[in-house]
Design a protein around this ligand. Structure first.
Ligand SMILES: O=C(O)CCC(=O)C(=O)O
Ligand SMILES: [Fe+2]
Length: 335
């Protein structure tokens, strides 16, 4: 089945969605400063029900911190490959921290190879405790890298909790709905570098293959290069080009399941045909490893019966990584 058929089939099965030809921009100031969360929640509701993506502005994260993190990401990827491979993600076992080389993760594994390299960090732990929790692998020779990237991770975590409170409100839930499931949440701060693809672009090898994100919420900063594409309801790829100062937000599988498809984890991909390198900083927030996600009562009715069995957050996410990380297919399971 082609991707476009998949999108159309989804829509036949699911709530009526409005068409879109661009990703909506939501001013979240009223949610961040608490002055008008209700109006922001209304805009979030439209965006997540129809697009699954939105840009946000006035989010309160200083532009300087974002810029400093991009500078560190560039210096990391400019290192010789042997240096980067010393921090390879396979060193960290199931904690999944460190460097991912070109084609070391194939996000749409049956169709495309990912022409990107990445670096993942998460909550700091002294030893490998299980999937997604363990020590970070920090480069020894890049001054300021650790402090900047970790500070950025913390700023994203704080913002994600605010955004999740707005999402809860948009579903008529208490604003602290997600908090009991987020005592020790899985979070990943990723740095990505996409080299340019010049001339003919082989559709079997693109920056990142078409996929939905695995968890709750993604906050993406991208540089000025562009290349992100989001699938609309007609199966057409819509550009998610950078807006200065704005983040791109999208929800993942867990919120789609929680809302029984009211909100969509939408397909997206990256093709960098710009002629120069592209850098991006996705932050992924999920929930506690053992948190269970099942359709909310308020999203289930006689006309819209539950479409999902309860699933465990961490097990779902780890299983998706096993599909996309070739190195995990050579090792044993999560626990
Ligand atoms: O780099 C981007 O713009 C998107 C990255 C992405 O979709 C992901 O890492 O899940
Ligand atoms: Fe993604």
């Amino acid at each position: 089945m082609t991707k476009s058929n998949t999108a159309q089939l989804h829509d036949r099965l699911r709530a009526c969605r409005q068409p879109f030809d661009k990703v909506p921009l939501v001013d979240v100031a009223g949610l961040i400063d608490g002055s008008d969360p209700g109006s922001v929640a209304k805009e979030i509701r439209w965006a997540l029900a129809n697009v699954g993506f939105m840009y946000i502005k006035n989010h309160g994260v200083p532009g300087e911190l974002v810029e400093k993190t991009f500078v560190q990401a560039r210096s990391f990827f400019e290192q010789p490959v042997e240096e980067k491979m010393k921090l390879h993600i396979s060193n960290s076992g199931v904690a999944l921290r460190g460097y991912i080389e070109y084609f070391g993760e194939n996000t749409d594994p049956s169709k495309t190879k990912d022409l990107k390299e990445g670096f993942d960090i998460g909550p700091e732990r002294p030893t490998i405790e299980g999937p997604f929790f363990g020590p970070n692998q920090w480069p020894a020779t890049l001054p300021g890298f650790r402090m900047t990237v970790f500070t950025y991770h913390e700023a994203m975590k704080k913002l994600s909790i605010k955004l999740l409170s707005g999402i809860a409100l948009s579903l008529d839930l208490p604003m602290d709905f997600f908090e009991p499931r987020m005592k020790r949440p899985i979070t990943i701060q990723r740095l990505l570098h996409y080299p340019p693809q010049t001339g003919f672009v082989d559709d079997k090898m693109i920056g990142i293959g078409a996929h939905t994100d695995y968890g709750n919420l993604t906050i993406l900063a991208q540089d000025s290069v562009g290349g992100l594409q989001v699938m609309n309801r007609e199966g057409i790829w819509v550009e998610g080009n950078p807006i200065p100062g704005a983040f791109v937000i999208n929800i993942g599988d867990l919120i789609q399941k929680l809302t029984n498809d009211r909100y969509i984890a939408n397909l997206h991909r990256v093709i960098n045909a710009s002629g120069c390198g592209r850098y991006s900083l996705p932050f992924f927030v999920d929930a506690d490893y053992d948190a269970v996600f099942a359709p909310l009562e308020s999203c289930v009715s006689a006309d819209s019966p539950a479409r999902y069995q309860p699933i465990c957050c961490g097990a779902h996410k780890f299983a998706r990584f096993v599909q996309s990380f070739p190195h995990l297919q050579k090792t044993s399971g999560p626990r």
